[in-house]
Design a protein around this ligand. Structure first.
Ligand code: SAM
Length: 287
């Protein structure tokens, strides 16, 4: 069954009496080269568990099933579960779970499935919730080896931006704490049904096996990044005013200078490592 054929997608959905759910960000891939390429980019070894978020009708899932020892697919839309029952029937090593990835106990599910295997994530993410899903994956306590996802092109550029670039933002600095990001390739709207308004891109995040940075207080480090980008047109010193009591303007200027930047610098010039130094300095010198 060619799951990338628009007529097959329509027939499968009609058979179950379902239609595309905009509220779940459903844009299914209909260009067969794209799921193939995503699956081939997501891990170098086959003896892995791959977690897929949002299998839809299963076109990427099939490609993953052909390449990897185990696949765990989490789909929020109950209406798609019988469709996946048909399209993935021949793959015993694929488990589909009907759940919201933002709610489900990921560490427990993955522990049940992994059996000691390394775990990678691979998904064509629903665009309405891309950043929360990425943050959940990074913070859920499971040590993924990599996360390969399709996101809006603009988001991909932001995630892969270098310090100083116009699209470098809080999420870029935060992701840099967990691993390195590479933009792999772009995908045009015509490769999806229904076609989204914007183009998309696939990125791969290779996660550090051991933490590369160890801020003195992780929650404070993340708070400093959020504050630094809270008011984009302000200088870093002014934006960090949002940290509130205990962080006088003098201390903030002193901290920025101590990290090797002029007092007029803006947050987007600082790398993840710079933010570690900055937050450590502030943590140690708080009034
Ligand atoms: N993988 C399919 C493909 O590439 O054609 C579908 C991708 S579509 C962009 C996003 C998928 O994520 C949909 O199947 C949607 O129902 C599912 N989804 C949306 N929100 C979700 C959530 N919170 N948890 C799990 N799945 C979700």
């Amino acid at each position: 069954m060619n799951l990338c054929s628009p007529s097959v997608v329509r027939r499968l959905m009609e058979e179950e009496g379902i239609s595309f759910r905009k509220d779940f960000g459903q844009n299914f891939l209909i260009d067969p080269f794209v799921p193939e390429r995503i699956a081939a980019s997501c891990a170098d070894r086959s003896d892995m568990l791959v977690l897929e978020i949002g299998p839809g009708i299963g076109c990427l899932t099939q490609q993953l099933a052909e390449r990897f020892e185990r696949v765990l697919a989490i789909e929020i839309d109950r209406g798609l579960i019988p469709v996946l029952g048909k399209t993935l029937a021949e793959y015993d090593h694929v488990r589909v779970v009907n759940a919201d990835v933002m709610e489900v106990d990921l560490p427990a599910l993955i522990a049940e499935e992994a059996g000691g295997r390394e775990v990678a994530v691979c998904a064509n993410l629903p665009y309405y919730i891309t950043t929360p899903i990425l943050m959940r994956l990074l913070e859920c306590g499971v040590r993924f080896s990599s996360i390969t996802v399709m996101v809006q092109n603009e988001v991909a550029s932001r995630l892969a931006a270098k310090p100083g670039a116009s699209d470098y933002g809080a999420i870029t600095a935060v992701i840099g704490y967990y691993g390195t990001v590479k933009k792999l390739f772009t995908v045009s709207p015509g490769c999806f049904m229904p076609a989204p308004k914007v183009s998309s891109a696939v990125i791969r995040i290779d996660l550090y096996r051991e933490p590369l940075y160890q801020p003195k207080d992780e929650a404070f480090f993340l708070r400093v990044i959020r504050a630094a980008f809270g008011m984009r047109r302000k200088t870093l010193v002014n934006a960090l005013g949002a940290l509130g009591e205990g962080y006088s303007k003098e201390l903030l200027s002193e901290a920025v200078l101590a990290c090797g930047f002029p007092a007029t610098v803006r947050g987007e010039r600082l790398s993840t490592e710079d933010f570690v130094h900055l937050s450590d300095y502030l943590w140690e010198h708080k009034a």
